[in-house]
Design a binder for this molecule. Structure first.
Ligand SMILES: NC(=O)c1ccc[n+]([C@@H]2O[C@H](COP(=O)([O-])OP(=O)(O)OC[C@H]3O[C@@H](n4cnc5c(N)ncnc54)[C@H](OP(=O)(O)O)[C@@H]3O)[C@@H](O)[C@H]2O)c1
Length: 116
């Protein structure tokens, strides 16, 4: 299985050293319409249309997505939380799962299970 990871980041304002960030106060550091479009395109597009990409996010990011838009469609949504009984509050259980540890073996097990 081939795994490609996409990570976005920006230089933290006011920092002299190389400090990069992807978030600020639980939000995206930027609000760029084209960047959102690019994210949606890159994460929903697959060469093999029988396959699906996965988006991995923390529990707080999941909760920041309005309920009507989650799980993010046409992607497998993997939510990180240390709460094993966390209620995702969605009926769409086939496109979303919680992961209590970013354990590589567990992550690959989940990725392999959606790589069908
Ligand atoms: N994830 C993305 O795709 C993405 C993309 C762009 C920007 N961002 C930005 O990046 C910032 C951080 O987002 P994030 O998605 O990394 O996290 P987050 O939404 O801030 O969620 C943090 C939560 O994730 C859980 N968590 C963190 N590390 C864990 C671990 N090792 N094992 C199990 N659970 C863990 C914990 O949930 P519990 O408290 O429930 O245990 C923790 O409170 C935000 O500002 C967000 O807007 C994220």
């Amino acid at each position: 299985m081939k795994v490609n990871l996409i990570v976005a980041g920006c230089k933290v304002l006011g920092k002299e050293t190389k400090v990069y960030g992807i978030g600020n106060k639980g939000q995206l550091p930027w609000r760029l319409k084209n960047e959102m479009k690019f994210f949606a395109k890159m994460t929903t597009t697959t060469k093999d249309t029988s396959k699906k990409n996965a988006v991995i996010m923390g529990r707080k990011t999941w909760e920041s997505i309005p309920e009507k838009f989650r799980p993010l469609k046409n992607r497998f949504n993997l939510i990180l939380t240390r709460n094993a009984t966390y209620d995702l509050k969605t009926d769409n259980t086939s496109d979303v799962a919680i992961c209590s540890s970013l354990n590589v073996r567990f992550l690959f097990k989940i990725l392999l299970s959606i790589d069908q």
